[in-house]
Design a protein around this ligand. Structure first.
Ligand code: NDP
Length: 478
């Protein structure tokens, strides 16, 4: 039971204006599809239909790629870096000005708590545009030789877990480097990308520099396979990442893939346990665990395991699950029925394989897609819940005795996106960071993001880096 009861504090949704139906954003205008069909998009917290959007067809993809090509040849590649930077600053400022609207819309469309969309997603979106705006006229000094060139038209496909933030991660560096883009948001979360189309119009961005095609996997496939694109940037599952890598092999297209993860969050016996508990909660229950770099495997040193787990369970009983628009909510809705089915299935497998399942007392709303925060103890490395990305609020707990064992277990995964280390000793942090095969290693914190910091994976977590100076490389002909 929560320690305190709070009165509901819902954020008003009157600030957003969701239209009953949307077209596609091509060549600077919202247009009707040529061969696309329509589908409904729902609020995952209530299953209420929010709007009808287009699943763009092959001819729509042709048209968007043509628009991006004309914009590249006709305007964007001719602008100076300074002028491109001005547009990016303008986009950043408009995101800030409309931040409340964007946060509410993101929570309605995705199911994530408003506290996160308001305090994490949207501020980071603006920060990304500001950061890459600053690079636009300094590419000569970015370490890729004098006068590095843009690639041309970028095809960008993003997932549903951070819809607007992933859009920013893709669009901001692409535009800063002088490319034009065609972006496909995920099927279940198209609305903030469509709001961003409106922001592009408001910013007077030259037509065709940004094009947004809503749709499902088929639209994504048609886009990445289109012969007119020069660059493919994808964030999503490892399985689709593999298909994309196969489909672009042998073409001129440059590719960056940011795929799944199964990060270890390693807690040593000298760690400040209360802080570590906050970090574990943030690591796996932030955004309902729909985070590629989530700390989904807790590795705790055996001598403090009981104490840590007791504290963690106490802390989890205070989390509030429910209305994503309520400012007190910690855990929102699962993004879709499919994802909920996957989380349920893997959790059942965890029990069948012999791990012990625990959730705090927690009432789930009657409608919508919900899953309680869940902890599995007694997990061994061979269990599926220790190997596969569940992408939900489910933590698998393993123990270790020595630092060497911690490293071995942490690295025993096909993935390598992130890791966390909790210890009082700076020397141990460095020792661990040198041995963990993960693109990001957080020390005494978790899930911290900053546009200046490169992010990306090893092994099956993908290749290429996004963010920071490194994030420019994927969009330059170097
Ligand atoms: P996908 O990888 O299928 O989706 C990511 C994006 O790719 C979406 O926009 C999707 O469209 C699109 N897409 C799907 N198929 C293709 C294709 N053949 N060619 C080009 N684009 C395509 O992830 P799902 O949403 O299906 O989630 C499945 C699992 O993937 C999750 O349970 C989770 O484990 C993992 N995942 C990992 C993410 C990460 O950041 N590491 C992010 C999202 C998911 P559409 O939305 O219509 O499917």
């Amino acid at each position: 039971m929560p320690t305190f009861e709070y009165a509901p504090a819902p954020e008003s949704r009157s600030i957003v204006d969701i239209q009953p139906s949307y077209g596609l954003y091509i060549g600077g205008e919202m247009v009707e599809p040529i061969d696309g069909t329509r589908f409904k998009t729902v609020n995952p917290a209530t299953e209420e239909v929010l709007s009808e959007v287009v699943a763009a067809g092959p001819q729509d993809v042709d048209r968007a790629v043509d628009a991006a090509r004309s914009a590249y040849d006709g305007t964007w590649s001719r602008l100076s870096g300074r002028d491109r930077g001005k547009y990016l600053y303008r986009l950043a400022r408009l995101v800030q000005e409309r931040s409340r609207e964007l946060a509410v819309l993101e929570s309605i469309d995705n199911g994530k708590p408003i506290r996160e969309s308001r305090d994490v997603d949207v501020p980071l979106v603006a920060a990304h545009f500001f950061y890459y705006a600053g690079w636009a006229d300094k590419l000569d000094y970015a370490g890729f030789g004098p006068d590095p060139r843009a690639l041309g038209v970028a095809a960008q496909v993003i997932p549903w877990n951070f819809p607007l933030l992933m859009l920013a991660w893709k669009i901001a560096p692409a535009l800063a480097c002088g490319n034009t883009v065609v972006l496909k948001p995920a099927e279940t979360t198209p609305l903030t990308a469509l709001a961003f189309a409106d922001i592009c119009q408001q910013a007077d961005l030259p037509p065709g520099v940004v094009n947004i095609l809503t749709g499902a996997g088929d639209t994504g496939r048609a886009l990445v396979e289109h012969p007119g694109v020069d660059k493919v940037a994808f964030t999503g599952s490892t399985e689709v990442g593999r298909q994309i890598a196969r489909s672009v092999a042998g073409t001129r297209k440059k590719v960056t893939l940011e795929l799944g993860g199964k990060a270890a969050n390693v807690v040593f016996d000298d760690a400040p346990l209360d802080q570590a508990i906050e970090g574990i909660v943030n690591g796996i229950f932030f955004n309902q665990g729909h985070v590629c770099c989530a700390g989904s495997r807790l590795l705790v040193q055996e001598s403090v395991a009981d104490e840590l787990l007791a504290g963690l369970k106490r802390r989890l009983t205070t989390l509030r699950l429910g209305d994503p628009l309520d400012k007190n909510t910690d855990i929102g809705a699962i993004n879709s029925a499919e994802q909920l089915a996957k989380i349920r299935l893997l959790s059942e497998v965890g029990e069948t394989e012999g791990a012990e399942r625990w959730s705090p007392p927690c009432e789930l709303p009657g409608r919508g897609f919900w899953f309680p925060p869940t902890v599995f103890t007694g997990v061994s490395q061979s269990h599926r819940i220790a190997r596969e990305e569940i992408f939900g609020p489910v933590l698998s707990v393993l123990t270790f005795r020595t630092p060497a064992e911690a490293v071995e277990k942490a690295n025993n995964t096909p993935y390598g996106l992130s890791a966390g280390v909790w210890t009082e000793k700076g020397s141990r942090i460095l020792w661990m960071a040198q041995r963990l095969r993960a693109g990001v290693v957080w020390a005494n914190t978790f899930n911290r993001f900053d546009p200046t910091s490169p992010f990306g994976g090893y092994k099956e977590s993908g290749y290429g880096r996004e963010g920071g100076r490194h994030g420019l490389e994927g969009y330059l002909d170097v």
